[in-house]
Write a new protein. Sequence first.
Length: 401
Amino acid sequence: MSSSELLKKCWLVLILVVMTLAWFTLFKVKPTHIWNIQGIAIEGSSLFACIVGYLYITKLRIRNLDIGWGLFTIGMLVHFLSQFINQPVIINVEVRGIIAIIGLVLIADGFYKAFTREKKRKEILKESERRCRTITDSSTSGIYIFQDGKFVFVNKAMESLTGYKREKLLSMNYLDLIHPDYKDEMKRMTDQALTGDISGLPLRFEFKGIRKDGKERWVENTPTIIEYYGRPAILGNVRDITERKEMEEKLRKSEEKYRTLVETIQEGLGITDLEENFIFVNTVGSKILGYSRDELIGINLRGLTPPQDFEKILRERKERRQGKSTQYEIKMWKKDGKLCNLRVSAAPFYDKNGKLIGSIATFQDITEQKQMEKRIKNLSALYREIGKAVNRSKSINGLCK
């Protein structure tokens, strides 16, 4: 416990009271062996105050103050006991007074050192805070220290983020900066954190804040529990993520439109990585192959195609790695083991940085079409043979005539 905290608890008042009472008890000439209840009560109270005060003073850890208060207490104790026992000649009023005076001198010296140390400590803290502010003010993130229900430190970025000046932030209710939808949760987490119990609390969380001008901003807060002037506090790092949240919302809407488009087209659509593993397939594509979408994710095309068709896929992949789109037909096994014929239109697939990460392709089941073409081809061959047979028959009839 620091000297400033002791003084806040009025121990300086206690010291002055004890010294005043001691003046009347130690240096008042009175006969011994006289039972005076009023005097004993006063001196006993003074002695008790000295002992209790000593127990607290030792927490300051100032040597002269400890010794001085101890001597002063001893002087009080000797004087108190002298009311009940025969005192030796050596322990008279003067000796008791000398002990008390020495104690008072040491107490005065101890308090001088206590105040000096406290002043020096405050100067060091002030310099430390100045250096800390110089560092934190150069940060683009808002940095704050929260203690006793209010901000006790904020950097310049917090002023820019909230629109309030530092002086206002240090005096205002922090909940005034929080959107109503998040106030209750923020208060719950803050109160819990200041008790030292961080179980269940997120290391990082996002919420809506309200600026001085009334505008809503999304922020990300990363709090840490620290000790500030010997008591628990919250050190927070705040970033404005409004632009990111707006981009995420635009991306979400874009993905919804994309997903709707992907799911409504009448062709299969699949995306494979550089090793020809499925990383996406739409509903139509999964139905064509007879699998669920989850079953297809991670499956390699080698396991779904005959060897000669997979070789064709690898040849086409070389073209896509040169940035070319390709069209080709392959056979692929369905889940029930039947072969189906697919017409594939494939193109290179890039990430947001323009790096090739695989292929994207649409595919159609042309099995029935192939079967129809085969039947037409067979019929055409049959018609040709019939035609030849008719022609031969006419030739024979001509010869017979």
